[in-house]
Design a protein around this ligand. Sequence first.
Ligand SMILES: N=C(N)NCCCC[C@H](N)C(=O)O
Ligand SMILES: O=C(O)CCC(=O)C(=O)O
Ligand SMILES: [Fe+2]
Length: 860
Amino acid sequence: MATDFRSLPVIDISPLLAKCDDPDMADDAGVADVVRQLDKACRDAGFFYVIGHGISESLMNKVREITREFFKLSYEEKLKIKMTPAAGYRGYQRIGENVTKGIPDIHEAIDCYREIKQGKYGDIGKVMEGPNQWPENPQEFKELMEEYIKLCTDLSRKILRGISLALTGSPYEFEGKMAGDPFWVMRLIGYPGALFANGQPENDIGCGAHTDYGLLTLVNQDDDKTALQVRNLGGDWISAVPIPGSFVCNIGDMLKILSNGVYESTLHRVINNSPQYRVCVAFFYETNFDAVVEPLDICKQKYPAGRGGSQVFKRAVYGEHLVSKVQTNFAITVPPPPPPPPIFQLTGYHVRKGRSHDKDSYLRKLENQNHDSESVDHDQKITRSYQDQNLHNHEHTRSKSGTNEVIVECETTRENWVISIREKLEQANRDDDRTSRGKLCIYKVPHYLHGNDNKSYFPQTVSIGPYHHEEKQTLSMECHKWRAVNKVLKRLDQGIDVFIDAMTELEEKARACYEGPISLTSNQFTEMLVLDGIFVLEFLRGVSEGFSKLGYERNDPVFAIRGSMHSIQRDMIMMENQLPLFVLNRLLELQARKFIPTGLVAQLAVRFFNPLMPTAETLDARHVSVNPSADHLGDLHCLDVFRRSLLFPKLEPRSLGKTWSWRSRVADKRLQQMIPNVTELRDAGFQFRIRKTDRFWDIKFNNGYLEIPSLLIHDGTKSLFLNLIAFEQCHIDSSNDITSYIIFMDNLIDSPEDISYLHHCGIIEHSLGSNSKVSDMFNQLCQEVVFNTKDTYLSQLLIEVRECYNQNYFRKWNAWKSALRHKYFDSPWAYFSFFAAVILLMLTLSQSYFAAYDYFKPTS
Ligand SMILES: N=C(N)NCCCC[C@H](N)C(=O)O
Ligand SMILES: O=C(O)CCC(=O)C(=O)O
Ligand SMILES: [Fe+2]
């Protein structure tokens, strides 16, 4: 049971070692003293330093140095002993491949395990069978390690004799059937040095909070970097500051069970804040592989004191525990479940111009700087804060003890209980996320909408997603997709497996986003996700960061701002040509090897599609610098992101979901004519004025003036509008704001003259060649659209315009003016006589005035 320790005790175990082959060792005063210290350390912290252990400091150093030498080798070299499930999870694991609580650890490692004779432990053991993979370089690696393992095995057994005594047992409780044939694990670990942001270390989680699995761990760590942290009862992380020549020794899950929870397997983690690469060699001494581990009898009875009844900790089979841990650790076999949402404060990268390369260079550095402590970048502007994972093991089990069923609680404090509940909630959240069906959001354009307009709805250059997979017109782009994947892998110096595995995990969820059956097989679908996803991301990033930064030539036929960019952009916005955003997010995350803020992909997409914006105003800085996590939650795909950015800042929601009423929901164009066209309105005295705003939908009506923001129409606008409308039509949770706007404009525009006048007012700019093309376009846009004329953000405005028009308000005024003009002022003479009459009238009036004045004037 952990306490609120602030430091870890140092125990000189030499008196124990001196006597540890003597069955009566307990009688020795020196041994008794060590045993007392061990007992206290194991109860209070579950962690302690061991000195006087008999393994020479020079051997400890040598083991770390040779490990450091290995990690300095090229990836190519290191991957010669790559860890795979087929190799029994033995061998080299790259940075980020090990996963703790769903989060990739920023370390690389070699795992070695005691050899398992074929078939010795049946199916469970089979998973971990196979010889250890030792590197050829550095030389004598294997010999040195094997000697070290022997010494550590020996030392661990001896320390455990002391711990046996501390639990008031014989010295040999951890021998015989429990641990007489002990399994062991050795993990050689390298943690990249921290990068610095504004002089502050970046706090990469080298290894997330965890407990060790077996009996006892011996940590041999670098002397000059403080990185290992141990969690105390209050939740504070206490650093295990290195003591040269010592081992940091801690208790694993099996010893916790054996001791019936008296000794804690304490939560710990690693954060390397030093700019230098850190090496740690962890030796894990375990029980027998097939041991059924349950509390020792001596512990069942006596511990924990103070509570009635025998309290029995849940039992476990060590081999099963290990295998399940190894498999969830290893990202490649069992991909990490989606992490609990990290809290990100992100400034600087991808978001603001000029710093967009930061993240990429950060990653490159992460891998390159390993051994090069000089290359600390003080120019980073990345700040992050991971949500503290207060995850803690807690077990609450029922077990049979004689005939009485005893409810057992091992963590008694309320705090730990609360922590365990939180952990379960988080786990459920992750499971939910992993298994949940994706939400239907990518539709095929309904036949009634697309008619024969394939060009507007179907990709012409590049197919993204399953609907147009490998269609003839898009085939020539396929080789460029492969080229993009190669480029990414080369940049990351990484294999394709991670991407394939991640997409395999997302397959089901991704499939569920698409409407209707998809003919691709599982492999084809997954391959498509990898290929298309990486391709899309290269474009999004290329536009934001510069294609040359991503390693493409200036004259690349595809990955360049010129070239086929224009048509690719148009294809990538189509409704049938989408990938779920979570697929893109995951792929970007894998490239970043860490979590990226929700919304980063969306921001990249907003930039990428900016040229399609139908406004003359350029994108306001607000659009891209909004807090990424806040504004893009729930984004579905690129078309959805673009649509939302068009509506930014958000329109007030009018009603929940779509309302349905047969009377007002129409697809008949005549009934959709809610207001007259420009010519008619002008005749009725309405006036038009451009409205200065970057919200292109923000139309106002004041005193006879219709104020409309400028609209920029180019040759991609038709397809863009059609796809936006199609999405709003298909997606039940989407508002109909864009459709409303387009129907409104369609109402106004019937003829080229309408366009001509709107252009005259500055409201419409276009590059289609003739006004009639523009009016034709508008007249085709909403042909078959089903639209609720009452459910639009423009409802109020439409009512007012219609009322004014119907009451002839402006027309009456207008009619009066023109009647006057026509009747009385039809010639210059009419004006002349009018003015002559006015002057005569004024003269007459003044004459009358002076006459009256004379009459009444008082005589002086
Ligand atoms: N005991 C061993 N092998 N140490 C490595 C542990 C790293 C934590 C592990 N990923 C976890 O999730 O538990
Ligand atoms: O790197 C360290 O100091 C400890 C590593 C560790 O806790 C582990 O691998 O289990
Ligand atoms: Fe550990």
